[in-house]
Design a protein around this ligand. Structure first.
Ligand SMILES: *Cc1c(COP(=O)(O)O)cnc(C)c1O
Length: 271
């Protein structure tokens, strides 16, 4: 049996995934990602039913999202609230399609997210929690949320520092419209698999430490970690949600630094 430590990242395939242009392309890509999920689960002796695949459709046009839906996708991840809102508005006819916002949120966009999203994975400040709570109350809705943790130590990544998470979690019961499900992280974007794995181990360890002392109603079962280039490693380290874009939709036109806007660490981001 392959040892877990030998699992590599596949960031070098980024930019090579061909654009999915037919329902068949989407079916095939989804099946191949699912096979990779299943294989990682076998290595880690986990049940694949414990890993949810969240297809990430950011930057892709409405036509692609409709093909993904036709191929069976019922929830899509988007990282920019305005782009997500626009797509939701345009696709109201797909009544069973739900939306997960996985990128940084400014308080002035909370109104949008409160209106349409089912899930928000990038909660990292009480100001955003307050803004969402207020808007969700007005809408009469609630929202599944994940606390985003910066496990790579890169200044360019959003998310709470691990040491700030315990106090933050204790404050969350005040927001009754937010259903806290777990934590989310972006690993170091690196071909050094061992350093990537350390990010995922850090999130799982933090979750394990906090789960028992979490306030009533605050769930920390979910670990959202792993993307096209590193989701196998994330699964080996306990991911329950993997966020996969390019391996399903095809490569994006621009490097990820473009979508994770802070330029403070261009070297890591350019890799
Ligand atoms: C874009 C994005 C992903 C998916 O990345 P891929 O390389 O397309 O799989 C995952 N998580 C977040 C937060 C993202 O912005």
């Amino acid at each position: 049996m392959q040892t877990l430590a030998s699992t590599q990242t596949s960031h070098d395939r980024h930019g090579l995934y061909p654009e999915a242009v037919t329902v068949e392309d989407f079916r095939r890509n989804l099946a191949s990602v699912q096979e990779r999920i299943d294989a990682a689960c076998r290595r880690a002796a986990r049940d694949p039913a414990g890993v949810r695949l969240l297809p990430v459709s950011k930057t892709k046009p409405e036509a692609s999202l409709r093909l993904a839906h036709a191929a069976g996708c019922r929830m899509l991840g988007e990282n920019k609230p305005q782009e997500a809102y626009r797509k939701w508005e345009a696709m109201q006819d797909l009544t069973d399609l739900r939306w997960s916002v996985i990128g940084h949120l400014q308080t002035n966009k909370a109104k949008l997210v409160a209106r349409f999203a089912t899930e928000f994975q990038a909660l990292d400040s009480l100001r955003v929690a307050e803004a969402l709570e207020r808007r969700l109350q007005i809408e009469g809705r609630s929202l599944d949320v994940f606390v985003q943790v910066n496990t790579s130590g890169e200044a360019s990544k959003y998310g709470l520092a691990p040491r700030d998470v315990p106090v933050f979690i204790q404050a969350l019961p005040a927001f009754s419209a937010l259903r806290v499900r777990g934590m989310m992280t972006l690993a170091l974007f690196s071909s050094e698999a061992e350093r990537v794995r350390q990010c995922f181990i850090l999130l799982r360890t933090l979750r394990d430490q906090l789960r028992d002392s979490a306030p009533a109603g605050i769930g920390l079962d979910e670990l959202s970690m792993g993307m096209s280039g590193d989701f196998e490693i994330a699964i080996e380290e306990g991911a329950t949600v993997v966020r996969v874009g390019q391996a399903i939709f095809g490569a994006r036109a621009l490097p990820d630094a473009h979508y994770w806007p802070d330029e403070s660490n261009p070297k890591e981001q350019a890799r």
